[in-house]
Ligand binder design. Structure first.
Ligand SMILES: [Zn+2]
Length: 510
């Protein structure tokens, strides 16, 4: 028998969500990656955050306990192995304590398996029933007279954040990047990229920056935008994009995308690896995990290249989080649909290689358009709600998205608006181009007419409107069919479709 110990972060989404600020979420997401990649490249460059302490703790148990080379490369999990079960367990507990010392608010679980092989640990019934398991819960807030953290409001404040003048708890303090973002990228450009070292809080951005740089002979050293206002100011893909006249270049879009059907896929692959116990099936399980990560990274890179203008001096994408199959990014509003379409198309192409050919994994996204000053915490919450809608809509069968335009629709998901699939979007490109060509006043008038509660009145008013404004005809027939004006009423589903296409068309730019 061999001992296998997994030390892993649990309840990660809740943990990330303790902080409503973007820096807090980014910092925490990156710290989890750093902390679980102690023998990999990410452990470099996080010295100031104390990550090497985790590595040092492990060193004290070597060579009796080593990193399990067979283990799957799962973000947020360290796998150990040893012939000495007691030592392995002890090392696991020591690592967990070290992680908790660095990130006091996270939950860490240590599981010990005594099995003939690593593959055997993956079997159904075994994975859920380790020989020993211990969970380190977040420390409770025990001293009620203490001032609460200004950021999370859940733990006692202990550190001053000089930039904002606020007081934060030890966990939020760890999440702050020690290098201001403005200083990071000049340093990256001057040095050989591979030597620059990873900086917590900017991992996703650094990765994308380097990938873009590597795409261009001689490098393409783009600046990173200073803030959301600067990102929103970046021009549309086409200089003649008509939306300029009403957008005033102050809108952006935040997109949260996540894969569907991957849980089931991994469960099947794990079961196979456990039942036949061969090196090949373990390899294919590892290849699946790696393949999904690479597919997502490629979709992000290709979507970024698709919205990169030749004359751009800045990176038009701010990636906040990129881990496994999920991505959280912000882009200029007028480049958002092009970005999303490419992202979903590339994901679809790449995901086709995995799982059941009739039903490969898919990708869903929530997308929020708003003024750049709309708080990022609210943007992220709204994208999460929309992402859930989009996922539910396709139930893993197809690529889907749901959107809200805060300025046009209000700050919550629109009642009655169904999510769209990528196929629907691709079928509607002509109609959306027609929507873009409509004057803003025409769109507003149509919207007002469609709010009439009487389906017959809606139809009559719209028909009358088209005779006065014939330029709106291609748009309406694109949605309702060529003979729509012969009908006597406009039913709620048709009405919704016209309203939704108007909303989507606001930031559409081919
Ligand atoms: Zn806090």
């Amino acid at each position: 028998m061999t001992a296998f110990v997994d030390v892993g972060f649990k309840q990660v989404q809740e943990y990330l969500g303790r902080s409503r600020s973007l820096w807090g979420r980014r910092g925490a997401s990156d710290l989890l990656l750093h902390a679980s990649d102690i023998t990999g490249s990410l452990s470099q460059g996080a010295d100031e955050l104390g990550i090497p302490r985790i590595k040092k703790t492990l060193d004290e148990y070597q060579p009796d306990v080593t990193v399990n080379q067979d283990a799957l490369d799962i973000d947020g999990v360290i796998s150990l192995t040893s012939h000495d079960s007691a030592k392995a367990w002890e090392a696991g507990l020591a690592l967990a304590r070290e992680m908790r010392a660095l990130l006091p608010a996270c939950t860490v679980e240590v599981s010990l398996y005594n099995q003939p092989s690593y593959a055997a640990c993956l079997a159904p019934g075994v994975a859920e029933a380790p020989s020993s398991r211990l969970t380190f819960w977040p420390r409770p807030y025990e001293f009620p007279l203490h001032k609460l953290c200004d950021e999370c409001g859940q733990s006692g404040a202990s550190h001053d954040l000089s930039e904002t003048g606020s007081q934060v708890c030890p966990d939020c303090w760890q999440r702050c990047s020690r290098t201001p973002r403005g200083q990071l990228f000049p340093a990256l450009k001057k040095s050989d990229s591979s030597q620059a070292g990873w900086r917590s809080g900017f991992l996703a951005e650094q990765r994308l920056w380097m990938a873009i740089d590597a795409q261009h002979a001689g490098g393409r050293e783009l600046e990173v935008v200073k803030d959301f206002a600067a990102l929103a100011k970046m021009p549309a893909m086409n200089d003649d994009a008509v939306q300029h006249r009403f957008s005033e270049d102050n809108h952006l879009a935040t997109i949260f995308a996540d894969g569907n059907g991957l849980g089931g896929l991994f469960a099947k692959a794990r079961e196979r690896a456990a039942s036949d116990g061969t090196g090949e099936s373990l390899d294919s399980l590892r290849a699946l995990s790696q393949g999904i990560k690479e597919a997502t990274a490629e979709a992000l890179l290709k979507a970024t290249l698709k919205i990169l203008r030749d004359d751009d001096a800045q990176l038009p994408v701010i990636p906040h989080i990129q881990g496994g199959d999920d991505v959280l990014v912000t882009v200029p509003a007028l480049r958002a649909w092009r970005f999303l379409r490419t992202f979903l198309e590339v994901s679809q192409e790449r995901y086709a290689a995995f799982g059941d050919p009739d039903r490969p994994p898919t990708m869903s996204a929530g997308i929020v358009f708003c003024h750049h000053a709309f708080p990022i915490g609210d943007q992220v919450e709204l994208t999460e709600q929309l992402l859930r809608q989009a996922k539910k809509h396709v139930q893993g069968n197809g690529m889907s998205f749901a959107w809200a335009d805060v300025t046009w629709d209000g700050p919550r998901p629109v009642t009655g608006r169904p999510p769209w699939t990528l196929d629907e979007l691709n079928q509607q490109t002509q109609t959306l181009n027609a929507a873009v060509a409509l004057p803003g006043s025409t769109r507003s008038s149509m919207r007002t007419m469609l709010s009439d509660p009487d389906p017959v009145a809606r139809q009559t008013r719209l028909r009358h409107f088209v005779t006065r404004m014939p330029e709106s005809a291609p748009f309406l027939s694109g949605i309702l069919g060529a003979n729509w004006s012969r009908g006597t009423s406009l039913d709620p589903a048709e009405t919704q479709k016209v309203l939704d296409t108007l909303s989507l068309g606001r930031w559409w730019s081919e």
